[in-house]
Design a protein around this ligand. Structure first.
Ligand code: SAM
Ligand code: SF4
Length: 366
């Protein structure tokens, strides 16, 4: 695979440049297999105020140095390049915990002012959302996903290592009241994480009950080998089939006939609908063939896949002196296109040579 070198591109891209033959230089960012990357995930920070067991170890996380983090203006510039030059239509802000980034309102406002106006969403653990939901909606946020792994405080504290269940519940209610609908809830189930007396099947069922009662859309995510502690094992992971079997023993589930498109969650109507539940089977039923994502880490690296082994540095280019505005935007767009062009067909988790990426999920931006 071609690795994009640091520094400015030496020539115009396309047919002439080794590794990028056939790469279009206008229109959406394509890869060699014809997928268009129109959905951008931007990590605003790698830091977090929770320590979810499947994401971070209890202690000993090392954070990106402050100088390496993109400034708010740098983030907004990359979003502008993505939307106005690379046909990105959706931008999701994530992390780490994106609500910890105090410039989030101004980053949202800048993105909402772009034309064409991208869809703006957020993935958050919900801490502090109660105070911020209205402001974020006013700044242009369209919707959000809130992570909640259990419907009771004790199991939640076990999963996140912090006693903050009530804050998340208050945050969810505030998001709904602020019109950030549909409010989606992300849940990762763990066998060990819910060992405090409660079976994971009960945890799953209670979460579904909570979401049905409150009008939130629940989506379970299969646990992926992206934890900073590198403790993931396939045997410990709870599969999509297991989750569906557990929920199916308490509710009538039927496939949602609405087209799935590139959405990663398989969706099931609950007891005939209209409420539904989603299961994202990233490990057991990968959706790589339909993947439309591109990612920017908090330190300005493009990742063309969650599981990519290589990254492409936009930060060095952003900070390189001597280019006028137009030339810099052009160079950023070109570098980004090149990064996406070399995306692999799939995440390769079942390949014998698969290796967990060096960056954990919290530093990539989930
Ligand atoms: N802190 C925010 C949150 O928790 O929503 C945003 C970042 S977090 C990395 C984004 C999503 O990734 C969350 O829904 C979280 O549950 C999920 N996640 C984290 N580690 C994961 C893993 N190893 N496998 C699957 N999902 C994971
Ligand atoms: Fe923090 Fe989100 Fe990771 Fe939990 S999943 S530790 S909330 S980044």
């Amino acid at each position: 695979m071609a690795v994009v070198a640091l520094g400015l591109p030496r020539s115009q891209p396309g047919a002439g440049e080794t590794g990028f033959a056939g790469m279009p230089t206008t229109g959406p960012m394509l890869d060699r297999f014809g997928r268009a990357a129109t959905d951008l995930r931007v990590s605003l920070t790698d830091r977090c105020n929770l320590r979810c067991t499947y994401c971070m170890p209890e202690e000993g996380m090392s954070w990106l140095p402050d100088d390496d983090l993109l400034a708010a203006e740098e983030i907004s510039r990359l979003v502008r390049v993505a939307v106005t030059r690379l046909h990105v239509a959706e931008v999701r802000f994530t992390g780490g915990e994106p609500l910890l980034r105090r410039e989030l309102p101004e980053i949202l406002r800048a993105a909402a002012a772009l034309r064409p106006r991208p869809e703006l969403s957020l993935t958050t653990n919900g801490l502090g959302l109660k105070q911020k939901a209205r402001l974020l909606a006013d700044c242009g946020l369209d919707r959000l996903n809130v992570s909640l792994d259990a419907a009771d405080p004790a199991t939640y504290a076990e999963s996140t290592r912090r006693d903050r269940f009530a804050d998340v519940i208050a945050g969810l209610a505030a998001a709904s009241a602020a019109g950030l609908r549909p409010v989606k809830v992300n849940a990762v189930l763990t066998r060990r994480g819910s060992s405090g007396g409660k079976d994971w099947r009960d945890v799953a069922a209670e979460l579904l009950d909570l979401c049905l009662a409150s009008g939130y859309e629940l989506r379970f995510i299969e646990q992926m080998p992206l934890d900073a502690g590198r403790s993931w094992t396939r045997a410990e992971m709870i599969t999509a089939d297991e989750i569906l079997e557990a929920l199916g023993s308490r509710h009538r589930l039927s496939p949602d006939p609405a087209p799935r498109g590139s959405a990663p969650a398989g969706r099931w109507l609950v007891d005939g609908g209209p409420a539904s539940v989603g299961v994202i089977a990233s490990v057991t039923k990968p959706f790589c063939a339909d993947c439309d994502r591109t990612r920017i880490t908090a330190d300005g690296q493009v990742r063309n896949c969650l599981f990519a082994a290589e990254e492409t540095d936009l930060r060095a280019l952003l900070r390189s002196p001597g280019l006028d505005e137009e030339a810099l935007d052009e160079a950023l767009a070109l570098r980004w296109r090149q990064a996406m062009w070399t995306k692999r067909t799939g995440h390769g988790m079942d390949d014998p040579w698969f290796q967990q990426p060096e960056r954990p999920m919290s530093a990539i931006g989930g």
